[in-house]
Write a protein that binds this ligand. Sequence first.
Ligand code: 16C
Ligand code: ATP
Ligand code: CA
Length: 585
Amino acid sequence: MEIDSEWFESDLWVGKEQYRAVLNELYFSWTEIDKKKRERKSVSVPLSEFIGVEEGRVEILPQRKVEETERHFTVFTVKRSRGGRGSTGLWTVGRTQFCCNGQDLRDHWVRHLRTALRKHGASRPRRLLVFINPFGGKQRGRQIYQSLVAPLFELAGISAHVVVTEKANQARDHILKKDLTGFDGVVCVGGDGMFSELLHGVIGRTQQEAGLSEHDPAVTLQPCNLHIGIIPAGSTDCVCFATVGVNDPVTSTLHIIIGDSQPLDVCSVHHLNKLVRYSVSLVGYGFYGDVLAESERHRWMGPLRYDYSGCLVYLSNRSYAGMVHFLPADPQLSSPRDNTRCLSGCRVCSESTERLFPQSDSSSQYSQDSSQSEGEWVSTEGRFRCVSLTCMSSSCPRSPLGLSPSAHLADGTGDLILVRDTHPLGFLTYLHRHTTTEDQFDLPFVEVHRVKAVRFSLPPGEEESEGEEEGEKVMEGGDCKAEQEGERGGGACRSISRQYLTSGGKQRGINNHKKRDFLCVPCCSRAPSVSVWNCDGEILPYTEILCRVHGQLVRLFARGIEDGAGTRPFTGGNRKCKGRCVLHT
Ligand SMILES: CCCCCCCCCCCCC/C=C/[C@@H](O)[C@H](CO)NC(=O)CCCCCCCCCCCCCCC
Ligand SMILES: Nc1ncnc2c1ncn2[C@@H]1O[C@H](COP(=O)(O)OP(=O)(O)OP(=O)(O)O)[C@@H](O)[C@H]1O
Ligand SMILES: [Ca+2]
């Protein structure tokens, strides 16, 4: 039976209390009737945050339990979980069991609520393609999906086609090659590496279908319609944390169910007019490249490998020479040091949508703007502890405010952070500030620039030769470049020289596509003169690269960080707010 009117109301019971329940086109609310009470309990749930309704007294999590009764129905909604200092961005499933005074009324309520949900949920996904990496993070991907995600998808009427991956890049290739008709989105259960596979699949497929070359760094790429969902089950979960505010599988599942949509900037990385990879969180040379390379040898440690490798690399005390060229973004729009935070509904990002995709005519279709003049490139050179480019804050549990706390998710720019060579204590101070509210950019050896593009090259005499492709560059222990060139010392005996070898078919996390294995062997010699690039957790096979930010190229099932999430207030320490810290609307 189709129900036309969305307005429905009656008396209902929740436990022993009597309520007046009202359903209208936007809300389902219930208010206590007890006239003697001065403060009557009242709950109002927007239909946009309504998950489902079931007959009887039902529980979904931690396990499905159904008590079939004729007079009860149970509603499931998004519930914001409040931590000690206000909202944390954590969502849970709210469950309320209602009792009616007869089966007829119960059936009416269930029908009305389902109809309202259907009408309201037009933009929600109905069919999803889910990829589970059984080996990511603490290897709990499969269990997380079965116990927490699948029951909620079923409740919300989402049908999921699940692929448990057997090898790296399976998810990417599936998206690139298989028929995706009928799917409203793709979801990964895993870490940033799994997200990266989906990102490459979705962008690649969209460009193929649009007949565009991904290799040309000047091409305006086609924005992708297929949404990506991330169920965090990895080691860093940076993309999830920075776009949701927490890395919690239930919270992410709820964002997917209600069809949230968050545009995201993507950086394309090129070498000699060839696309190397896409990145959303970190393109990092020096420290972060070395940490990643070292950590791949300790994958068995799980998430701890990054801390262990971070300590080793810190102790090796290295810096690298390089030339950095960048194209600054318009400083009048925003700045990486303006002490703002990109939050859900961010004004800077919304205004960027209008700038990036000006509405060409009366139709509601967006067309991308390519008319803006490029501006002037700026160059700088020297020795760097690290060079990092991030399209978003890159906040993660290890660093709750991230690499660049004021970066925006969807403003078409990235933040370039140059950490010049300094004494070990200075660099430790820089690293440590990632874990506090102190400003990591307020140090004399650190610069940050908001940019649209970056080019990195080696100093004259160190340039990369054009033939240095996969597997061609093989350095044995004795060939260590630093040894031959008499580079300055790399600290203790722990200094490391690298061997680049082609991958031996071993199924591991890193980059089996176009990959050089990056191994380190102990060597009592000097530090190498060249580092590697860490691109969202993958080692790049080239040193000289060109990066370009593509505004709002993909969309996630997320809404950005809700006010109060991100675990820490953005004040205190050396960060002075200056009254400008409310850019979100
Ligand atoms: C004194 C404490 C210092 C703590 C410093 C914490 C800095 C944390 C900054 C995190 C930035 C994350 C950027 C995101 C990158 C992801 O796209 C990528 C893929 O998942 N993850 C990594 O590459 C994984 C990269 C993970 C990097 C972890 C670095 C850990 C450093 C520890 C250094 C300790 C020095 C102690 C000396 C005694
Ligand atoms: N079945 C599989 N076997 C081996 N590797 C896989 C498999 N499925 C996916 N991968 C690869 O594993 C890599 C790492 O996985 P994932 O990102 O899920 O976990 P992680 O590395 O622990 O987390 P993070 O990326 O957050 O640090 C990904 O780059 C992916 O390509
Ligand atoms: Ca950005």
